[in-house]
Design a protein around this ligand. Structure first.
Ligand code: NDP
Length: 315
């Protein structure tokens, strides 16, 4: 039987409607979430991602500020601009599009963003908070993968999850989220011996390597859920085509459920930026207004989301 297709476009659409309602409530209270997006250079893929993020914000009624800077922007001037945005009360989230040009140290830039405005969740304070099971911001791509599993009511508790790819932005946070949801997690990388032995053991297989179509049907356990994070541009007949890290045509004949590329985790990543941000936003804003005392509403929200107040992150 062919696999169930987990439709990222459809799920993302529902999420956007929910968020628009939430933003309307915040706006009625006189609080308009503001996101600053910084793009350095002319990378075409980054331009598309940034445009999508800004549009997604605007579509749900959030304020967004897009700052495009030339490729020769200095690290010092970028850090200076981040410091200004950290102090700007109208900006609640800051997103610096990666990758940055080689002369700029990405790690230093991420660490310069105030943790309570780090909507990507890449700052070490946020990565650490995620690791101890108390995230303020969950990185959008792994969070989107979790929502996709949730959308098919997949019983994660006790399942065997294998993640192929161990990057800081996808593989590692994905492992943390699955572990916290009760899965038994294995993370594979390019040095893993006998990769197929691991992937064939997976009830949940998440692939994020950047290697087009590398996971084929014989590497998938029959009935498994396959989440394909990869976005690879390949040329065919003079046209550019997007494909994932999974060989969809064959794997979808073996898997129980699978995400397509395009139309899978891609649209979910942008949608989850909107989810992670207003949810956290309520807590941070309430804290800023009332000091250490959270309102009942925000405290319930913080509890239900398993979040720590930003003060606990040393912000
Ligand atoms: P990175 O290049 O940072 O990491 C790739 C990881 O895959 C590394 O851990 C690497 O191992 C591992 N790897 C590479 N080749 C193999 C292999 N043959 N077998 C096993 N492991 C391997 O990539 P990212 O995590 O940033 O991105 C991965 C993919 O996901 C890309 O296609 C990217 O475009 C896509 N992506 C999609 C997003 C979305 O919104 N849908 C968002 C972010 C990324 P090692 O550590 O040993 O080098």
């Amino acid at each position: 039987m062919p696999a169930q297709i987990i439709d990222g476009n459809q799920l993302a659409k529902q999420i956007r409607v929910d968020i628009a309602t939430r933003v309307a409530i915040l706006t009625a209270k006189g609080i308009k979430p503001g996101l600053a997006v910084i793009l350095i250079g002319e990378d075409p893929a980054s331009q598309v991602y940034v445009r999508n993020k800004v549009k997604a914000c605007e579509d749900v009624g959030m304020f967004s500020l897009l700052e495009k800077k030339p490729a020769d922007t200095t690290e010092a001037s970028l850090l200076q601009r981040i410091a200004e945005l950290n102090a700007d009360p109208n900006i609640h989230g800051i997103l610096v599009q990666l990758p940055l040009p080689k002369h700029i140290d990405s790690h230093r830039v991420i660490e310069a963003i105030a943790p309570e405005k780090d909507v990507d969740g890449f700052h070490v304070a946020n990565a650490g908070a995620l690791m101890i099971g108390a995230p303020l911001f969950r990185p959008c791509t792994p969070y989107g993968c979790m929502k996709m599993l949730e959308s098919i009511d997949y019983p994660i508790r006790g399942a065997r999850a294998v993640i192929v790819g161990a990057s800081n932005i996808v593989g590692k946070p994905m492992a943390m989220l699955l572990l916290q949801a009760g899965a038994t997690v294995t993370i594979c990388n390019s040095k893993t011996k006998d990769l197929s032995a691991h992937t064939r053991d997976a009830d949940i297989l998440v692939v994020a390597t950047g290697k087009a179509k590398m996971i084929t049907a014989n590497m998938v356990k029959p009935g498994a859920v396959v989440i394909d994070v990869g976005i690879n541009r390949i040329e065919r007949d003079g046209k550019v085509k997007l494909v994932g890290d999974v060989h969809f045509e064959s794997a979808s004949k073996v898997a129980g459920a699978i995400t397509p590329v395009p139309g899978g985790i891609g649209p979910m990543t942008t949608a989850m930026l909107l989810v992670t941000w207003p949810a956290t936003f309520d807590v941070v804003v309430t804290e800023n207004l009332f000091g250490d005392i959270l309102s009942d509403e925000a405290a319930v929200l913080a509890g239900s989301l398993g979040m720590l107040p930003s003060a606990s992150l040393g912000a």
